[in-house]
Design a protein around this ligand. Structure first.
Ligand SMILES: [Mg+2]
Length: 198
C-alpha cells in the first residue's frame, strides 16, 4: 500500500507539471511545476527504498528529499509538512483516519511556522486546513478529496498575502494559488489510494 501511495502521489504531481507552471507563471515566477516535478521524480525513483521502511520513517525521508530537490519556497514547506507527518506517525502501529488527522494538525502547524503564514492568505494552507478538518470529522475520503479540490479553486478570489504573489497585490486576485493546487493534487491521489486499500 505504501508503495502505491508514493507512486500514485508522485505520478499525479508529475502529470500536473504544466498546469502548476501555468498557475505559477500567472502570479509567481513560473517554477512551481518544474520544481515539484523534480522533487517528486526523485521520490518516485526512490519509491521502493521508501516503501521498505515503516510509514513514519518513509515520510521523514520523503520530506528531506523534497527540501533538497524541490527548492524555491515550496521545498522547505512541503519538506516541513512531510517530515512533521513522519515524526508524528513514527512508531504508530494502528494508523487510522483519526491518527492521520492528528498528525496532519501538527504538520499544518509546522507549515504555518515555517511559512509564517495562516490559512486565508492564498497558500497551500488553504487546502491543508480544510483537509485536516474533514479528516478530523471522519469524512469519507472521497469527500476529503473533493474538499481539497474545491479549496484550491477557492483561493482564486483571495488576494495573496504571502510569497512572491503578494507583490502583485490586487492583481493576484482571480488566479488559483499554485501551492494550493499542488496540495490538492497530492491530497486527491493519496485519498484515492487510501480509499482503495481500505
Ligand atoms: Mg515559484
Amino acid at each position: 500500500m505504501l508503495s502505491d501511495l508514493i507512486k500514485e502521489v508522485c505520478e499525479a504531481v508529475i502529470a500536473h507539471e504544466a498546469e502548476l507552471t501555468a498557475l505559477d507563471s500567472a502570479i509567481g515566477d513560473g517554477d512551481h511545476g518544474l520544481n515539484m516535478k523534480r522533487g517528486f521524480s526523485e521520490l518516485l525513483a526512490k519509491s521502493d527504498e521508501l516503501a521498505g521502511q515503516e510509514v513514519g520513517a518513509a515520510l521523514k525521508a520523503a520530506g528531506m528529499t523534497l527540501v533538497m530537490k524541490v527548492g524555491g519556497a515550496s521545498g522547505p514547506l512541503y519538506g516541513s509538512l512531510f517530515m512533521s507527518l513522519g515524526k508524528e506517525l513514527a512508531g504508530k502501529t494502528e494508523i487510522d483516519q483519526s491518527v492521520i488527522a492528528e498528525a496532519l494538525a501538527v504538520a499544518q502547524a509546522a507549515v504555518m511556522a515555517r511559512g509564517k503564514s495562516q490559512p486565508g492568505q492564498k497558500t497551500m494552507l488553504d487546502v491543508i486546513a480544510p483537509v485536516q478538518q474533514k479528516l478530523a470529522e471522519g469524512a469519507a475520503l472521497t469527500d476529503v478529496a473533493a474538499a481539497a479540490l474545491a479549496a484550491a479553486e477557492a483561493t482564486a478570489p483571495i488576494q495573496a498575502l504571502k510569497g512572491r504573489a503578494s507583490f502583485l497585490g490586487e492583481r493576484s486576485i482571480g488566479h488559483v494559488d499554485p501551492g494550493a493546487r499542488s496540495s490538492a493534487v497530492i491530497t486527491e491521489a493519496a485519498c484515492r489510494v487510501l480509499e482503495r486499500s481500505g
